[in-house]
Design a protein around this ligand. Structure first.
Ligand SMILES: Nc1ncnc2c1ncn2[C@@H]1O[C@H](COP(=O)(O)OP(=O)(O)O)[C@@H](O)[C@H]1O
Ligand code: SF4
Ligand SMILES: [Mg+2]
Length: 366
């Protein structure tokens, strides 16, 4: 590994101790309960996240999926303490038993990067253009660990090696990197302190398809190796199938469906999940015909004036008058739960949802 050769014996020992300390950090457990978030806007409070609850067991990956605008990044920002001022946050997010919502700046400093870290959608947002990348990674390490700059730099070199970047490029600035390399640098930074909880918010969205799959397999490889807990935010349900033990499907700020990924993908209970599966089909199964791509007509409703009943009613091919007037409660079926009035009809809905005509006509089913 790079770095060791250039270190004196004392620094090499300090690096070894730092690595041991960081490796000993346990994976984190996260329990989010009743999380609601209102942005303050000129047109009134905007309810971007409404009563969201989920749990990430230590050492597992949870996929947070939903179309753009469903509130996924808002949840992530709340967990990182990055929401704008004036945003109203209620509910709890217990990270290993400690509520991390509404922490003081000093407490937040202790938690961020050290216990919970973030790989954002746009690497440019998390890297400072005026510092070289190595200094940025070192700064995070020095803020939390009692080591000198030489040791922190050596750790940064190791992180670069882990994500497949040459150590000498640590001296470069973000604009000197290609998009894919920047994204890898952000991953290196998020891993530098081996935080127990990793948040990855659409980590590959800005990249071309080949780079997307390279970065995703790198994230998966790192996960297998380090066994951190992770929330992977994506609009692509097929990526979740390969990466996450559990999945939470969000629609218009609410949880539409959640449960073990295998169960949710094999037997979705919520029509929105069925629609997402059509829009992002999994790789074709050998011997079975490739599924047609069907997008869900319409858009996410305006949350300044949320619809009275089910938020998906305007786009759901199975919506009834009940759906349009009464918000569905969440039903638990086995390990799965779904907020739909008609969960007991899910198997019928699944058959109908696989037909493109069902989504094209969008006529109420009764
Ligand atoms: N700072 C903000 N002020 C007001 N509304 C916001 C702000 N940030 C995001 N929103 C709105 O909140 C909703 C959820 O956004 P976001 O969490 O980014 O969704 P996603 O990550 O699922 O695409 C969107 O309608 C978005 O326009
Ligand atoms: S409650 Fe009604 S509108 Fe909402 S997802 Fe279920 S069937 Fe569709
Ligand atoms: Mg987002």
């Amino acid at each position: 590994m790079t770095g060791h050769q250039t270190l004196g014996p004392a620094a090499a020992t300090a690096l070894g101790q730092l690595n041991e300390r960081l490796a000993a950090k346990p994976a984190a457990h996260l329990q989010v309960s009743g999380l609601s978030i209102h942005y303050s806007t000129l047109r009134g409070p905007f309810n971007a996240v409404d009563n969201v609850s989920f749990e990430v067991a230590a050492g597992t990956n949870l996929g947070l999926v939903g179309e753009s605008g469903c509130g996924k990044s808002t949840v992530v920002k709340a967990l990182m303490g990055l929401l704008p001022e004036m945003t109203r946050v209620t509910g709890q997010a217990l990270l290993d038993g400690q509520n991390i919502l509404g922490l003081s700046d000093a407490d937040l400093q202790d938690v961020r990067w050290n216990r919970i870290s973030l790989i954002t959608q746009s690497a440019m947002n998390s890297l400072d253009p005026v510092y070289c990348i190595g200094d940025q990674i070192c700064e995070a390490i020095l803020a939390h660990e009692p080591v000198g700059k030489t040791v922190a730099w050596a750790r940064a070199e190791q992180m670069f090696a882990l994500v497949g970047l040459p150590a000498e490029r640590l001296r470069e600035f973000p604009h000197q990197f290609s998009g894919g390399m920047r994204q890898r640098a952000v991953i290196a930074m998020a891993l530098a302190l081996n935080a127990g909880m990793l948040l990855a918010d659409e980590p590959t969205t800005a990249l071309d398809p080949i780079m997307q799959s390279q970065i995703m397999s790198r994230i998966r490889g790192i996960h297998d190796h380090m066994r951190r807990s992770m929330i992977l935010v994506t609009h692509d349900i097929a990526v979740v199938a390969e990466t996450c033990e559990t999945v939470v499907v969000m629609y218009a700020g609410k949880v539409a469906e959640s449960g073990p990924t295998q169960d949710v993908l094999d037997r979705p209970l919520h029509p929105y999940t069925m629609g997402l599966q059509n829009a992002f089909p999994r790789l074709p199964v050998r011997g079975q015909p490739r599924k047609p791509l069907i997008s869900i007509p319409g858009t996410v409703p305006n949350l300044l004036l949320p619809p009275a009943g089910c938020r998906f009613a305007g786009r759901c091919p199975f919506a009834t008058n009940l759906c349009r007037s009464v918000a569905p409660p969440t039903y638990q079926i086995g390990a799965q739960s779904a907020a739909c009035h008609y969960v007991e009809r899910a198997s019928q809905f699944r058959v109908a949802a696989a037909e493109p005509d069902t989504w094209r006509s969008m006529e109420p089913s009764r």
